[in-house]
Design a protein around this ligand. Structure first.
Ligand SMILES: [Zn+2]
Ligand SMILES: [Zn+2]
Length: 333
């Protein structure tokens, strides 16, 4: 089968590799759609600790089951959508309601969705693979993984009993746009999306957000926002985020920064204005189920997909993403 491999930073190659065979509990899917992700772009540009090189590339997918091992939860012909990891449900963190921090969350992860076929390991097939409704396109179904990250953030906000009034999302990439959409869905009356890229902000407007340039952010109603969500992964933006939240509000530092970086905050502001910092990572099974429900019934995220490509166009796709063109590209292997 054809598969895109990430050979080294800046170089991807279309290779011919063997089609894997599913063992007990595993399923093999024919990949119908596989979306690009900011993580992939980071790996393409500078490498990534979770993405070995040279190796299979891509982690977002939807497709049709073509073969299944014994006792697998799906059968050939089923249309499915899934994420690329699943928790063990046995370690300390899993047992204490933090499956997203599972010790072995990455141990069974599946990479290589930019390929004609993808083998889904038993644990993922059992916990984090779902049926795709006929009404939903494979392209949109492939957005389950990034939306699960966002759902984890929203679940954390709901658990923290934050008032569902106003939210500011900084960074109009795919994650910021998904946050803007999901925050409205869970009941935030006012959502502002701040960024620089006009084309992305226009998509935010279509998704129901009020948009603004970063330099023009105002304190909501003179007080600041109930919640501020940072989605850029830039240290300066982490630090600036606390300036826009109201006293007693919550700041979610969502975008992962470059390794080894340090952020500085005004201690007086954090303490006397009682600012709560949150920084959720990855997702547990509840977040994936929530994202599946949103995508199936409640959110239309199709405006996030701005280009369709073949595997042969891989190099060009990542060059274009590096130029800031578009939001997500979907490969049709
Ligand atoms: Zn992703
Ligand atoms: Zn675990």
């Amino acid at each position: 089968m054809k598969a895109l491999l990430l050979v080294e930073p800046g170089r991807i190659e279309l290779a011919s590799v063997a089609v894997p065979e599913p063992k007990a509990g595993e399923v093999l899917i024919c990949v119908k759609a596989s979306t690009t992700c900011g993580t992939d772009l980071k790996a393409f540009n500078r490498g990534h600790p979770q993405i070995p090189m040279p190796g299979p590339f891509g982690h977002e997918y939807a497709g049709t089951v073509v073969a299944a091992g014994t006792d697998a939860p799906f059968s050939p012909g089923d249309d499915v959508m899934g994420v690329h990891s699943a928790p063990c449900q046995q370690c300390y963190w899993c047992q204490n309601g933090q499956e997203n921090l599972c010790e072995s969350i990455m141990a069974t992860k599946v990479l290589g969705t930019y390929a004609e076929y993808l083998l889904i390991p038993e644990r993922i097939a059992r916990l984090n693979l779902f049926p795709k409704s006929k009404a939903m396109s494979f392209d949109v179904a492939s957005l389950l993984e990034p939306l699960a990250c966002v759902a984890q953030g929203i679940l954390e906000i709901q658990m923290a009993s934050v008032s569902l009034g106003s939210a500011l999302v900084i960074g109009p990439g795919a994650i910021g746009l998904m946050f803007a959409s999901a925050l409205k869905k869970v009941g935030f009356g006012h959502v502002t999306l701040a960024g620089r890229n006009p084309a992305r902000l226009a998509v935010g407007e279509r998704l129901g957000a009020t948009v603004t340039q970063v330099s023009d952010i105002k304190l909501h109603e003179g007080r600041g926002y109930d919640v501020v969500i940072e989605c850029t992964g830039q240290v300066e933006v982490w630090e600036a985020s606390v300036n826009y939240v109201r006293r007693g509000g919550h700041v979610m530092l969502f975008g992962g920064c470059k390794g080894g970086t340090t952020a500085t905050f005004d201690t007086k502001r954090l303490h006397y204005d009682q600012i709560t910092l949150m920084s959720p990572f990855h997702f547990g099974t509840e977040a994936v189920r929530t994202a599946h429900k949103w995508l199936t019934h409640e959110l239309d995220l199709s405006p996030l997909i701005t280009r369709t490509a073949t595997l042969e166009e891989g190099t060009d796709v990542f060059a274009a993403l590096n130029r800031g063109e578009g939001i997500k590209t979907v490969f049709h292997p």
